[in-house]
Design a protein around this ligand. Structure first.
Ligand SMILES: Cc1cc2nc3c(=O)[nH]c(=O)nc-3n(C[C@H](O)[C@H](O)[C@H](O)COP(=O)(O)OP(=O)(O)OC[C@H]3O[C@@H](n4cnc5c(N)ncnc54)[C@H](O)[C@@H]3O)c2cc1C
Length: 416
């Protein structure tokens, strides 16, 4: 792997940038692997990397039907945080945040992590009470979380709409200082580059069309590029996972919805935290280029379309203007949607699917970008050892049969 450094950049500058090599190998699929990962989003690529890095399993292919990171990983609003309520979730999301904190160095790829803090703003005494419970739960679970006052919120975000006729005045909320944003494409590319350098084959434009199951265990996959055999297969296909699971005769408790994101024209620095309004569900941050990156709640009509629609757009934009009336002057530059895989308890599914050797990592819904390092770490553990890591065990599919739901609707429903 060509190492990236200030020195390499300087040297390439002197020779007209002619020495850069492709960041990862474009591989043709081989007939068999030790492990196959279906889906080249962040979770699939991280799984491949940790299989090689943590378990020494390098005879691995990531099969992606389009281009890597072209699914939700490249479509999200880049927020990372671990401000969840239950200890199972905090263990999972804080593992991810801790891995994010060292990721640029680990992958030798700048994922542009910016821990600028996040405020979840409350507008009523009841919401403040819920925020206090979440902040207390976070502290008990050993992660940074504080209850912030209205005065402190306004000090940090002076443009906040606190006028007497504001519909949702900020009363304070939950603050997590280690939360922030990271560049989504860089996370996908960084994992792809590091996995490829360890020997993983990254195969784009390769759609998995069927699962080969013989005698109750997985034996490989059928793809648009032919049959590929493997005794261990991980499904990390987000909204497409229920369709793949159906090929193994398993019906997953997952619905797919469109979630939209928006980017304004760039402006000078005006917002240096991530902000979410509980009242409207709209959240916003400012990118390093100056654009306001924002989004809101789901459009609750099940779909596989990656387009979004005007009614959802209107709701999100009115929420933004409620927070910052001055932003009405900005031009909207881009809008898009991703298809997110939503589980009834708003927690992911990690674990065996049924046939031996076949494992799931899905159900991340509106908030799986922040979890990519942990999702990959835990699925790699399952694929390599055939058993759960302690952190993934509570997220097994069995929780629905056993009634052990991890209901994080408040922590993940709209906050991403
Ligand atoms: C608008 C929006 C905003 C969001 N904001 C945030 C946020 O701020 N913070 C946060 O934490 N999360 C956020 N999310 C959620 C987050 O993006 C996802 O949970 C996360 O990216 C899921 O990663 P993944 O690798 O599981 O899925 P994906 O990145 O979707 O990857 C799945 C891949 O599988 C491929 N695939 C599907 N079927 C097949 C097949 N049959 N064969 C081969 N390949 C296949 C797809 O092409 C796709 O590339 C947001 C999502 C959206 C849409």
């Amino acid at each position: 792997m060509q190492r990236y450094s200030a020195f390499t950049l300087f040297r390439e500058g002197l020779r007209g940038h002619r020495g850069w090599r492709p960041a990862w190998r474009k591989a043709e699929p081989r007939p068999a692997y030790d492990a196959v990962i279906v889906g080249g989003g962040g979770h699939g690529l991280a799984t491949a990397y940790y299989l090689a890095r943590n378990h020494g399993i390098t005879n691995v292919a990531v099969l992606e039907r389009g281009w890597i990171g072209g699914g939700n990983t490249g479509r999200n609003t880049t927020v990372v945080r671990s401000n969840y309520f239950y200890h199972e979730s905090v263990a999972l999301y804080d593992l991810a945040l801790r891995l994010y904190e060292g990721l640029s160095r680990e992958l030798n790829f700048n994922v542009m992590l910016s821990q600028r803090g996040m405020l979840i703003a409350a507008h009523t005494p009841t919401q403040m009470e819920i925020c206090a419970r979440i902040a207390n739960a976070m502290q008990l679970n050993g992660v940074d979380g504080d209850l912030m006052s209205a005065q402190e919120a306004i000090r940090r975000i002076p443009l906040l709409n606190q006028s007497p006729d504001a519909r949702y005045r900020c009363m304070g909320g939950i603050w997590q200082g280690r939360a922030g944003v990271a560049r989504h494409d860089a996370v996908a590319w960084g994992y792809a580059r590091a996995a490829s350098s360890l020997g993983v084959d990254i195969v784009e434009n390769c759609t998995v069309t069927d699962l080969l199951i013989e005698g109750g265990r997985i034996k490989g996959v059928e793809t648009s590029l032919g049959t590929i055999r493997a005794d261990a297969v991980g499904l990390t296909a987000a909204g497409a996972t229920p369709g793949l699971a159906a090929l193994a005769s398993v019906r997953l408790p997952i619905h797919t919805y469109a979630l939209q994101a928006f980017v304004s024209e760039p402006v000078k620095p005006c917002l240096d935290t991530v902000l979410l309004y509980l009242g409207t569900g709209t959240y916003v941050s400012q990118s390093s280029k100056g654009e306001l990156v924002f989004g809101g709640g789901l459009d609750r009509v099940p779909t596989h379309g990656q387009r979004g629609n005007l009614p959802a757009e209107e709701t999100v934009i009115s929420g933004l203007l409620e927070m910052f009336p001055a932003f009405a002057q900005l031009k909207l530059m881009r809008q898009w949607a991703g298809v997110v895989d939503v589980v009834p308890d708003s927690s992911p599914v990690i674990g065996p699917l049924g046939p031996e050797g076949l494992y799931l990592n899905c159900g991340w819904g509106t908030g799986g970008f922040k979890a990519i390092p942990a999702g990959g770490w835990l699925l790699a553990h399952l694929l390599a050892r055939g058993e759960h890591h302690e952190i993934s065990r509570p997220f097994d599919l069995k929780r629905f049969a056993e009634g052990r739901l991890i209901d994080e609707a408040a922590g993940s429903g709209i906050a991403h």
